[in-house]
Design a protein around this ligand. Structure first.
Ligand code: S3P
Length: 427
């Protein structure tokens, strides 16, 4: 199979194309619902975003840094936290008011983490109880640059501040104690911004963007998404006798923690055809099934595999022995409370485990878990796909209550899995 386009890179390619002058072309874009929400929001701000059906290329004609127009309606960002947080940074630094909302999942997610630094820079926000969406952003083009130490390891918060810093005079700096995915830094540079990265005092990184760059349209090739590839890779790992080649997997070191962990568990994964796609490391993964063992996953690895714990829990359930996953507090702020969703799904399918405030311990027996349960997905695509994969490794199969969230990040998932030999039945 071929991994679908990377969601994080796809959002950024469209957004940065909108902030650039001239034309940006994007190939390999993820055409999932989350990214389509970003495309619609950018159109509402005045960018031309066109999908050329023939070659699958997307073209963006940007409005330039600070050049967006006031949207005439509420921006509906669906299920997408990345769209909501990154666009907050862009909208905060524009001299007009905009409104944002999303689905029930997105409306329950914390926005205070971006509101707080963007308010310090000069924007105003009106949010619902607990800093949630819907929210109003009263932007300004007289932002002041800040130096901000991230209180949570979040690439979305880092990116929101750096994007606001583009339309701010002077230098805006984010200090991240723990490294998070760096697609924003890599791609902003590619568009012509000055982004400096240096070691921070006491550890971590200082990331500085210089305001008012002239960003110019570029050609972007989106690598395959390691977070989506993970479902097929784990499916192959937990079925002894499998032999699967997953092509086009982005392996940015700040995203690839799951693959390190699977190898430590004894997975047979060989990297083939390692190459560079659009400034990101990419390879094909040749996976053979069987032989997984439980391991301890250290908390410092969490930012590099933050979206992969649900599928790792599935691998752990099918492994021999105990897997301990630590430092998972951020999982509670994802599309659902992922720690609780995973634990409930494991319970429903007879997998022994313990859940703590920020950790999960899964006990595998080496035999297929019983399965037979119905899992609530809570509008969370990764819960939906992870537990379908558990179905493959289980004795009696697994059902999920709602498959519709899958389209946010992996349209065609059921078809791809069927081509690999899985049976996914929809009522
Ligand atoms: C993302 C960052 C992560 C990740 C999300 C995508 C991004 O979120 O969970 O799926 O594209 O920047 P946080 O920044 O909240 O950790």
């Amino acid at each position: 199979m071929r991994a679908p386009g990377d969601k994080s890179v796809s959002h950024r390619a469209l957004m940065f194309g909108a902030l650039a002058l001239g034309e940006t072309t994007v190939s390999g874009l993820l055409e999932g619902e989350d990214v389509l929400c970003t495309a619609a929001a950018l159109r509402a701000l005045g960018a031309e975003v066109v999908h050329e059906k023939d070659g699958g290329i997307w073209r963006v004609r940007g409005f330039g840094v600070g050049g967006g127009r006031e949207p005439s309606d509420v921006l509906d960002l669906g299920n997408s936290g990345t769209a909501a947080r990154l666009l907050s940074g862009i909208l905060a630094s524009q001299p007009f008011t905009s409104f944002m909302t999303g689905d029930a999942s997105l409306r329950s997610r914390p926005m205070q983490r971006v509101i707080e630094p963007l308010q310090r820079m000069g924007a105003r926000f009106v949010a619902c109880e607990g800093g949630r969406m819907p929210l109003a952003i009263v932007g300004t083009d007289e932002m002041v640059p800040i130096e901000y130490r991230l209180p949570v390891a979040s690439a979305q918060v880092k990116s929101a501040i750096l994007l606001a810093g583009l339309n701010t005079a002077g230098e805006t700096t984010v200090i991240e104690p723990q490294a998070t995915r760096d697609h924003t830094e890599r791609m902003l540079r590619h568009f012509g911004a000055e982004v400096r990265v240096a070691p921070a005092e006491g550890g971590g990184k200082r990331i500085t963007v210089v305001g008012w760059p002239e960003l110019l349209g570029r050609n972007i090739v989106v690598p395959g998404d390691p977070s989506s590839a993970a479902f097929a890779v784990v499916a192959a790992c937990i079925r002894p006798g499998s032999d699967v080649l997953v092509e086009n997997v982005g392996l940015n070191p700040l995203r690839a923690g799951l693959y390190t962990t699977l190898k430590e568990m004894g997975a047979d994964i060989v990297l083939e055809n390692a190459r560079d796609v659009g400034g990101e490391p990419v390879a094909d993964l040749h996976v053979k099934g069987g032989g997984l063992k439980g391991v301890d996953v250290p908390p410092e690895r969490a930012p590099s595999m933050i979206d992969e714990y649900p599928i790792l829990a599935v691998a752990a359930a099918c492994a021999q022995g105990t897997t301990r996953m630590l430092g998972l507090a951020e999982l509670r702020a994802k599309e659902s409370d992922r720690l609780a969703s995973v634990a409930a799904g494991l319970t429903a399918n007879g997998v022994r485990h313990e859940m703590g405030a920020d950790n999960l311990v899964v006990h595998g027996t080496g035999a297929p878990p019983p399965g037979g349960g119905l899992v609530k997905t809570h509008l969370d695509h990764r819960i939906a796909m992870s537990f379908l994969v558990l179905g493959l490794g289980s004795r009696d199969g697994v059902s999920i209550d709602d498959g519709s969230p899958i389209d946010t990040s992996f349209p065609g998932f059921a078809k791809v899995m069927a081509e690999l030999g899985a049976t996914i039945e929809a009522p």
